[in-house]
Design a protein around this ligand. Structure first.
Ligand SMILES: Cc1cc2nc3c(=O)[nH]c(=O)nc-3n(C[C@H](O)[C@H](O)[C@H](O)COP(=O)(O)OP(=O)(O)OC[C@H]3O[C@@H](n4cnc5c(N)ncnc54)[C@H](O)[C@@H]3O)c2cc1C
Length: 495
């Protein structure tokens, strides 16, 4: 059956999702043969690359869209607790990787950056209610709420320089927030996997995949030589980021029907003035205006990229029809099918405010973007900031419970019924929750192996709080907190 290349497992795409899944599989069963195909010249150059995403360790510390108001006015914290715990799983896995020397030097990929939510005027009451609701849970017990202008200036000086004194302000701060270089993690995992016999082919674009009996047959274009080759595998993971959607359609699996993808690209304002960069050391999130989508909240972020401290504001949403930054303008039109046309139209009609928002964003000039930045940093000077293109997100459109097409802002795992193929669609909270997402894939597609005692033992070593209830995680969290800060479980809590 050997056509040219053959593996038990093929992963399409060299981003954080594929490399995380490959690492889990190699740790759980070192005998498995695994091959990764990446279309570009290097891995981690699309969404997982540091400059293409915001590097927030999404832990629902400051992102206000994870704590919506209920109809009765109270704050719903359920989603924030889930996301908080999903990020803990990622930290546990990365800590395991450091302990096993799969990843080196934690500060090259994760750094402690306090997370702040900052609001004005009529949002102050919402922030206080959110603070009261979240601090009922021990995960958030160190959250600080303040309206004191001097204290706010101490935490985030840029927010207060030249600030209108008539504005009513409030801030919450969690010191334990993180900035993550997902690209550095991806590259670190890749190096280790290659040492352990995983084949990684760059400049290899998967152009088609078909199920033939027990195998998936992939058609792959070697972009360096122009040759076409075939490869076979029993299990295929489509971790192709925005490129996953067309490949999933080509796979023809029933579970892919009715899905559509809607591309939204991003832009940053990147600070070039070192004095300004040095004055800020937090990630500051605001509140989206009523009716605007979650991506409409640019944030003012300190980042650590390649050992340098950076400052960026964004992402500003924009629109083009590519599914990948390196993709084609035909990606979106070619994805329209008989089975997803109606859901797309319905989602379009139900999201007129998003369309209006995107049109406004597309026509925003640099000065318009700097004006938006001034709501965070009133004294921002246009000449200190450069516009830079961020990564591309593909939001999912799928049928809701009533059968109507609806636009989703989360990440979705698709798995074929026979468990031989899986794909990830969607965007936020994305890379931060990569470990939780990969565990979901293992549960769907490797369910027999996941029930084996040796896999269960290994999983417990890699992600100790996996499968715990919220109450168990709270107990474990309190226990870890009481141990010395150099305990491995607290490696990333303490930085
Ligand atoms: C503007 C922006 C801000 C974000 N901010 C955050 C954040 O703050 N925190 C967070 O957790 N997440 C954030 N995300 C989301 C996060 O970046 C993604 O969830 C994550 O990087 C997705 O990883 P991936 O491996 O699925 O995709 P990618 O990293 O995009 O990797 C997919 C790879 O597949 C390759 N590929 C595509 N098609 C093919 C093919 N046919 N054959 C072979 N290879 C192929 C691509 O070249 C690419 O290298 C952000 C995303 C964007 C765009």
């Amino acid at each position: 059956m050997n056509t040219k290349e053959e593996s038990e497992i093929i992963l399409i795409g060299g981003g954080i999702m594929s490399l995380t899944l490959a690492t889990f599989l190699k740790e759980l069963d070192p005998t498995r043969s695994i091959t990764i195909y990446e279309a570009l010249e290097d891995i981690a150059t699309e969404s997982s690359m540091a400059w293409n995403n915001a590097g927030t360790g999404h832990q629902a510390l400051c992102e206000l869209n994870y704590t919506p108001r209920r109809k009765d006015g109270s704050i719903d914290i359920a989603k924030s607790l889930v996301i908080n715990q999903q990020f803990e799983l990622s930290k546990e896995f990365w800590a395991y990787c450091v302990e096993q020397e799969i990843l080196q030097n934690p500060s090259s990929f994760i750094n402690n950056i306090p997370h702040i939510s900052f609001v004005l005027d009529n949002n102050v009451e919402f922030l206080k209610a959110r603070f009261d609701a979240l601090t009922t849970c021990p995960f958030y017990k160190n959250m600080i709420f303040t309206q004191d202008r001097d204290e706010i200036a101490e935490f985030a000086p840029l927010l207060m320089q030249g600030r209108d004194t008539s504005q009513n302000l409030a801030l919450t701060l969690m010191k334990s927030g993180s900035d993550v270089d997902f690209g550095a993690i991806t590259r670190g995992l890749c190096r280790s996997l290659q040492k352990n016999g995983v084949n990684v082919f760059t400049q290899h674009k998967v152009t088609d995949l078909k199920k033939q009996d027990a195998y998936w047959e992939l058609t792959i274009k070697d972009k360096a030589s122009g040759s076409i080759k075939k490869a076979k595998a029993r299990f295929v993971f489509i971790g192709a980021g925005g490129g996953a959607f067309p490949l999933l359609q080509k796979s023809g699996i029933r579970e892919s029907r009715g899905y559509a993808g809607f591309p939204v690209n991003g832009l940053w304002l990147v600070c070039k003035n070192q004095e300004v960069i040095n004055l800020h050391s937090t990630k500051v999130y605001g509140k989206a205006s009523v009716g605007d989508p979650p991506m409409s909240v640019p944030h003012l972020d300190t980042r650590f990229i390649d050992g340098n401290k950076e400052l960026m504001f964004g992402p500003f949403a924009s629109f083009n029809t590519r599914f990948l930054k390196s993709g084609s303008l035909l990606d979106f039109p070619l994805s329209v099918r008989f089975d997803n046309l109606l859901p797309m139209i319905q989602a379009g009609l139900d999201n007129i405010s998003l369309t209006t928002y995107l049109i406004k964003q597309v026509f925003l000039s640099k000065s318009g973007r700097v004006e938006r930045l001034r709501s965070f940093f009133p004294q921002a000077q246009s000449e200190d900031w450069e516009v830079q293109v961020a990564g591309q997100r593909v939001q999912i459109i799928k049928k809701d419970s009533s059968g109507r097409g609806s636009l989703q802002f989360g990440t979705e795992v698709i798995a074929s019924q026979d468990g031989t193929l899986s794909a990830i669609l969607g965007a936020s909270p994305g890379a931060s929750t990569s470990v939780d997402i990969i565990l979901e894939i293992l549960e769907s597609c490797f369910s027999k192996e996941m029930a084996l005692p040796q896999w269960q033992e290994k999983i417990a070593q890699m992600v100790p709080s996996y499968r715990n209830t919220l109450e168990e995680n709270i107990a474990r969290f309190n226990e870890l907190r009481s141990k010395p800060a150099n305990t491995l479980g607290l490696v990333f809590e303490s930085i």
